[in-house]
Design a protein around this ligand. Structure first.
Ligand SMILES: Cc1cc2nc3c(=O)[nH]c(=O)nc-3n(C[C@H](O)[C@H](O)[C@H](O)COP(=O)(O)OP(=O)(O)OC[C@H]3O[C@@H](n4cnc5c(N)ncnc54)[C@H](O)[C@@H]3O)c2cc1C
Ligand code: FES
Length: 261
């Protein structure tokens, strides 16, 4: 992990509320893995404020770039959306724990909800590359959105299943409804990132079938480096873990979702 002033290579709108930020990663000291995140200092007219965390949505070692898929939410993300190629960002990363790789012979099911797509797309592309080398099965990605206009104009792995709450495209219903409708073999391992209610529903499903399940939680963060307990995630054994340092990827069967949701 290190801190760099990185050049923005590209910053473009990819859907109604999402944009893709691509920045120079050539000077960072370690590789980002799917599930890891970085924090960025927000400047502009907002005074001294907390750094904002974002998951990596890709890494291109040949071009020396990394990317994130970002939703315009408040001041910080609107400020980021207004930046352009050639502007610089103060970035700290890579941070946190990554998803683990599935065993050989087990087809991984990757589930994304809304802006949780970024890390899942990164993971899907890494797993596809590994499957081309015979190291694992090709993943199935299921991506859910409220409506069609939010689906980013990006390259998705062949066979990606889209769901929308309003039925404007793809499967009408939640990602869990979509999983339950699959006529093929049931998933053997699940990885997910998205809103907590979605992660909680997947935890109940995975638990009922005793499936391994890893979930990346999007918890409020202050320091982002494990020093303040500002990002505490309740666990089923009554303890708390830090989303920034012990996560953000957790064994989803050990998170106390009722307390987190
Ligand atoms: C590990 C991690 C990875 C993340 N990855 C991504 C990502 O890849 N893409 C992305 O767009 N966002 C991601 N986020 C969330 C992102 O950090 C927040 O959206 C961002 O900090 C909001 O900053 P802001 O100044 O625009 O909003 P603020 O002005 O701080 O808040 C605006 C609104 O956004 C909501 N909000 C802000 N932060 C969070 C949060 N952490 N969880 C839930 N709601 C929040 C609040 O309800 C508030 O109403 C991630 C968060 C974490 C912890
Ligand atoms: S945000 Fe400070 S410990 Fe996680």
């Amino acid at each position: 992990m290190n801190i760099q002033i990185a050049n923005i290579i590209e910053n473009r709108s990819v859907s109604d509320q999402y944009f893709e930020l691509v920045f120079d990663y050539s000077n960072f000291d370690s590789e980002p893995q799917p599930g890891m995140f970085f924090t960025v200092k927000i400047d502009g007219a907002f005074g001294p404020v907390l750094r904002r965390p974002f998951a990596f949505s890709g890494w291109n070692p040949k071009q020396g770039t990394a990317s994130a898929l970002i939703e315009k939410r408040g001041n910080g993300t609107h400020w980021l959306a207004g930046l352009a190629s050639g502007d610089t960002l103060d970035i700290l990363g890579p941070l946190g724990k990554a998803f683990s790789f599935p065993q050989r012979g087990v087809r991984p099911l990757l589930v994304a909800g809304g802006i949780g797509l970024g890390p899942m797309l990164f993971f899907a592309n890494v797993l596809l590359a590994r499957s081309n080398q015979g190291l694992c099965e090709a993943p199935l990605l299921i991506a859910g959105f409220r409506t069609q206009s939010l689906i980013p104009k990006l390259d998705f792995p062949a066979g990606t299943l889209f769901c929308t709450d309003d039925g404007s495209t793809g499967f009408k219903g939640t990602v869990l409804d979509c999983i339950l409708s699959l006529s093929d073999a049931l998933p053997k391992v699940i990885y997910a990132c998205g809103p907590s209610p979605m992660l909680a529903a997947l935890a109940r499903y995975a638990s009922s079938l005793a499936l391994p399940y890893e979930a990346s939680v999007e918890q409020w963060m202050a320091c982002g480096i494990g020093a303040c307990m500002g990002c505490a995630v309740p666990m089923t054994d009554g303890t708390y873990q830090r989303a920034c340092a012990d996560g953000p990827v957790f064994n989803g069967l050990t998170v106390d979702w009722e307390k987190l949701v």
